[in-house]
Design a protein around this ligand. Sequence first.
Ligand SMILES: Nc1nc2c(ncn2[C@@H]2O[C@H](COP(=O)(O)OP(=O)(O)OP(=O)(O)O)[C@@H](O)[C@H]2O)c(=O)[nH]1
Ligand SMILES: [Mg+2]
Length: 345
Amino acid sequence: MSTAKKEPKQPAAMPSAAPVEPGQAPDALEAMLAQALSSRGAAQPAAEKPPVDEQRCGLIAIVGKPNVGKSTLLNALVGQKVSITSRKAQTTRHRITGMRTVKSTQYVFVDTPGFQTRHGNALNRSLNRTVVGAVNDVDLIVFVVEAGQFNLADAKVLALLPEKTPAILLANKFDLIHRRAEIAPWLRSMQERHNFAEFVPMSANNAKDIERLFGICEKYLPVQPWMYGADELTDRSDRFMAAEIIREKLFRLTGDELPYTSTVVIDQYEEEGNLRKIAATIIVERDGHKGMIIGEKGEKLKRIGTEARHELETLTGGKVFLEIWVKVRSGWADDEARVKTFGYE
Ligand SMILES: Nc1nc2c(ncn2[C@@H]2O[C@H](COP(=O)(O)OP(=O)(O)OP(=O)(O)O)[C@@H](O)[C@H]2O)c(=O)[nH]1
Ligand SMILES: [Mg+2]
């Protein structure tokens, strides 16, 4: 996709921050940093649909190692939760598309799983295939790292980025950096690692930073007709979201002792008027894990179910009847066929 002629242009409302070219004087980086700390955003709510030849639309892949804040970023950009988030690594396991249309531009963001470097099982191979597939054929790549950090896991993702595609270095969680002046030497070191088109220190949970990011991304998107309706937010179904929301509660409500090899499948999803009847199964690898999820007198599973149901009711705007089972499927995460059956690529 996005083979249409690219016609970079500076959007009128874009803040003055110019892309920082590799090898550019450190002053430029510092100016950019100062601007990052003070600027106001450029994005405005969607207006009427412009004529086709004025429409701008493009794909923006969000990539990075696990837990750097990619999905938090996607949700903030879309303005609604379309991708689940948690403190645990490997929260995102699918390619999740989220769109946002601002004035004449439609931004189509693609959230990806954190690139896995620790275990080589079938599930992780599937997650990594999703990442590799997502960085090709996009107009722009947002490479997310934690501000001030860069390790081997980041380097492995960076190595996947095609040279031909413009990439933004997004230094996220900037709010956690206490001595902000110290970030300049780090940004300079990042300049040497890749031919980044832009350097953006920011926080995914800061609304002004998010608005500014739209302005920065816009000029990399080609003039071509929108791919989605102006108010569409994601290409994922409510059924898919149901499985994801249950998995999010599972990840958030269990401790670090629950291995990442648990998943959720939807066995039944029926709509009757304003009521949704959903039956789901949480799949784990061992009996011990099953006990952890069910908890004492079933308390933990009950809480997972209640929190998931509340969120699903908000999402669908109706009543939800949710039933969750827990099953053991020993070794599923290292069984290619099973991994596929459970909905992974
Ligand atoms: N302080 C701070 N925390 C953030 C920021 N962005 C994300 N987080 C937190 O970082 C954690 C991971 O966020 P996610 O969005 O799930 O990270 P991810 O990169 O999508 O993770 P995977 O899907 O596992 O690869 C969550 O606890 C977020 O609340 C930020 O700008 N500042
Ligand atoms: Mg994620």
